[in-house]
Ligand binder design. Structure first.
Ligand SMILES: Nc1ncnc2c1ncn2[C@@H]1O[C@H](COP(=O)(O)OP(=O)(O)OP(=O)(O)O)[C@@H](O)[C@H]1O
Ligand SMILES: [Mg+2]
Length: 263
């Protein structure tokens, strides 16, 4: 079965570890032998950089070019021109130009479905397509939600509020009615966790009480560790940067959870 997964989203969900999760889940799934495509749909291009591309703004072909070609009804170039291949997984990169494309999208007729149009033909080639979104619920994020089958919501106990998560769940339900009836919640992933602290225990309990009945809360918690920041700074996945770190082990366990609930 081909599965689309979306790592992210949320109004006011800045820095909840969306990109780190998209990247490391992708690398961990690839390590398990699955064919994975990462899709950077954020003009900040952090996912593209984690893939080892140091200067995304110098890319000749990136997400913004593809979206523009589709808006103009022009043919896309050959896949080899826009899907960058790494040793274990592939990426469609992004850069800052995508923010201009988002503005142009506003005048487009089927503006919510342009990303779907790009990704639909690729579904048969990949087992997992992981889209990283930006932190705002604008047209880019709506496109990502329209294109995906499932949403992973990373949430950090230090940052989230129960109201924020409830709003987010309502937004996805609304989108389900209006734009993408097949969309499902994969679940909530707790990130930057200090399991021994009272804050963590209280946040986890509040989460279980408010969302636990309706949405899966993944058993894996991603620990708070400086190694992830170091890996991001080196433009690497944590799996490449330090395969035995606590965060690598956690992301591998998370990938296992994602693989097994889909079977
Ligand atoms: N497990 C972790 N422990 C500690 N810090 C982490 C961990 N994972 C990620 N970080 C740090 O948290 C910050 C935010 O991570 P990331 O860029 O993945 O978030 P994001 O949700 O994609 O942000 P944005 O909203 O800007 O797109 C980064 O500085 C990253 O290095
Ligand atoms: Mg990000």
């Amino acid at each position: 079965m081909n599965r689309f997964t979306l790592a992210t989203l949320c109004e006011a969900s800045h820095n909840v570890v969306k990109t780190t999760t998209a990247c490391n889940l992708g690398f961990a799934l690839a390590e398990q032998g699955h064919k994975v495509l990462l899709v950077d749909f954020d003009p900040q291009a952090n996912l593209t950089m984690s893939f080892g591309i140091d200067s995304p703004d110098e890319l000749k072909m990136s997400m913004s070019n593809l979206i523009s070609l589709l808006m103009e009804n022009n043919p896309l170039p050959d896949e080899s021109q826009y899907i960058l291949k790494g040793p274990t997984l592939d990426i469609i990169p992004s850069n800052i130009n995508l923010s201009v494309t988002e503005i142009n999208l506003r005048d487009e007729m089927s503006r919510e479905h342009i990303l779907s149009e790009l990704l639909e033909p690729l579904r048969s080639e990949y087992r997992y397509i992981i889209i990283d979104t930006n932190p705002y619920l604008g047209l880019l994020t709506i496109n990502a939600l329209a294109a995906c089958d499932e949403v992973i919501i990373p949430a950090s106990p230090q940052l989230w509020s129960a109201t924020g998560l409830a709003d987010l769940i309502n937004t996805v339900v609304k989108l389900q009615r209006k734009i993408n009836p097949r969309i499902k919640f994969a679940g909530i992933l707790l990130t930057i966790c200090d399991e021994r602290t009272r804050l963590f225990r209280e946040a986890k309990k509040l989460l279980d009480d408010t969302c636990g009945e309706n949405v899966r809360i993944f058993k894996t918690h991603i620990p708070n560790t400086i190694r992830v920041g170091e890996a991001n700074y080196s433009n690497k996945s944590i799996l490449d940067y330090d395969a035995n770190s606590k965060a690598s082990i956690a992301y591998k366990a998370f990938a296992q959870e994602v693989i097994s609930y889909g079977d």
